[in-house]
Design a protein around this ligand. Structure first.
Ligand SMILES: Cc1cc2nc3c(=O)[nH]c(=O)nc-3n(C[C@H](O)[C@H](O)[C@H](O)COP(=O)(O)OP(=O)(O)OC[C@H]3O[C@@H](n4cnc5c(N)ncnc54)[C@H](O)[C@@H]3O)c2cc1C
Length: 443
């Protein structure tokens, strides 16, 4: 156990604030986007810069104090108990190099900042469905972008990471400098080192043909069957997902969605041919809301319309091979109009395309089939039922599994090995032993 005295010593080493549970700002700094999780570390270091991160890591190593790191808390599904939590949210620098087509961003940066900084140059980053998510946590987990089939996992576009390893040394790792660690960080990287900044490639995309088609839940079977026949025929320029959504009956939810089942086809296409590619889905059933059109890339959030306010949730996922007729029947039994379903969302995101290219990085070549993802709301009166309901849903879908689930879709699962190949799992274990023999840094 750490003592108050040791935290006073840490305070002397850093420029940022160190909060303990008695401080009024402790809860604010430890807070996660997922408000179902309340971290209770012995102290939070609100790092002001990379030098503070080095000091925090050295101090924790010297005192054998368990260490965790948080950018935004979008990935928080298990609470940090005890030890030191390093918060990187103040590391907010973003630098765009338009000639090299790269962005270098600090560990507290959210995707929105990068999208807005890159847009004036006609460039786009490989963000996911919500631009409120943190760049670093998302990328260390592979990062499945809205345009993933077109450009690959975000981790496959990383040029270099600035990291602090548990020996307290700050290093830059890249394809040529410490390539083994670099390849692991690119998708397999949580719990190995603390990232202070990342440089990643940007892409020449200033607009997309994208958005969402919404159908009444009564058409779920027709739309899902049409989706399953259509999605595998798409070129890499097209990205899509199918979703069952049971939105709550709240004033802020659009009237057409509130308090009922709707099914959604999300679509994002780069270059010409978008309307033609989407046509079969527009004809699959009467469309309730047609929200697909030409969008500036800065409006990419309109493809998924993810929640932006902190909320209490739990989630889980499983990679599935194919939406066979049996898999479709199982999905309809779990979340279709006849189902007694407690979970607001079950989604199938089409993988393939550039997500299957392999350059040796941890995230590479695992993107086959579909990523099924399920989310539950951890609020009364059903919160206590949600984890079991998520597990029941995943168990029913695992029958159709392909053995691999993107790390970022695993939710609070304790066993994360299905996120990687056997080779990467072995390399991760060896790297963890070498870099963090005391096992102080948590994933
Ligand atoms: C609304 C929503 C939409 C999402 N959409 C997508 C999507 O489209 N595609 C996708 O791939 N994922 C998606 N995710 C999942 C998301 O990528 C993960 O939850 C990711 O962990 C979030 O990273 P973060 O930095 O925002 O969160 P945090 O909770 O701050 O970080 C998550 C974990 O990453 C590690 N970490 C964070 N910062 C550092 C650091 N500086 N150094 C070392 N380790 C660090 C820590 O282990 C931490 O627990 C979504 C999540 C939400 C809530």
């Amino acid at each position: 156990m750490t003592t108050q005295l040791e935290f006073i010593t840490l305070e002397d080493l850093v420029r940022g604030e160190v909060y303990d549970p008695a401080d009024s700002d402790y809860a604010k700094e430890a807070a996660a986007f997922n408000v179902a999780v309340q971290h209770r570390p012995d102290a939070v270091l609100a790092a002001r810069d990379a030098v503070d991160v080095v000091a925090g890591v050295r101090w924790a190593s010297l005192n054998s104090v368990p260490l965790a790191v948080q950018g935004t808390g979008h990935g928080a599904e298990r609470a940090v108990e005890g030890g030191l939590l390093i918060s990187t949210r103040a590391l907010r620098s973003v630098a765009i190099d338009p000639a090299a087509r790269t962005a270098t961003v600090g560990a507290g940066v959210k995707w929105r900042q990068v999208i807005d900084a890159a847009a004036p140059f006609g460039l786009a980053p490989l963000n996911g469905s919500s631009s409120d998510v943190g760049v670093v946590g998302y990328t260390l987990g592979g990062g499945l972008p809205v345009l993933g089939r077109t450009f690959g996992f975000a981790a496959d576009s990383v040029v270099s990471f600035d990291v602090v390893t548990m020996d307290g040394v700050a290093r830059t790792v890249s394809r040529t400098r410490e390539p083994e660690l670099f390849n692991l960080l690119c998708g397999g990287g949580r719990g190995l080192a603390i990232v202070t900044s990342v440089t990643m490639r940007l892409y020449r995309v200033s607009e997309i043909y994208g958005g969402v088609l919404v159908f009444d839940g009564e058409h779920a079977s027709a739309v899902l069957r049409a989706f399953a026949a259509w999605a595998p025929t798409l070129r890499d320029a097209s990205n899509t997902a199918f979703k069952f959504l049971r939105a709550p009956d709240l004033p802020q939810v659009p009237r057409e969605l509130a308090g009922r089942l709707t099914v959604h086809v999300h679509f994002a296409h780069v270059g010409k041919g978008g309307p033609g590619a989407l046509a079969p889905m527009r004809q699959s059933a009467p469309v309730l809301i047609d929200g697909v059109g030409v969008l500036p890339y800065s409006e990419v959030d309109r493809v998924y319309n993810d929640p932006v306010d902190p909320m209490p949730f739990a989630s889980g996922g499983v990679g599935i091979k194919d939406l066979t007729p049996e898999a479709i029947d199982a999905a309809l039994a779990l979340a279709g109009p006849e189902a007694e379903c407690l979970l607001p969302m079950l989604e199938f995101r089409l993988l393939g395309g550039a997500l299957t290219s392999d350059d040796g990085r941890a995230a590479s070549a695992l993107g086959l089939g579909y990523a099924a993802h399920v989310v539950g709301v951890m609020a009364p009166p059903i919160a206590h039922l949600v984890p079991a309901e998520i597990e029941r849903t995943l168990a029913a879908l695992r029958v159709f599994g392909n053995g691999h689930t993107p790390r970022n879709f695993l939710g609070g699962a304790l066993d994360t090995s299905s996120a990687w190949s056997d080779r990467v799992n072995a390399a991760r274990a060896a790297a963890k032993d070498a870099l963090d023999p005391e096992g102080l840094l948590r994933d």
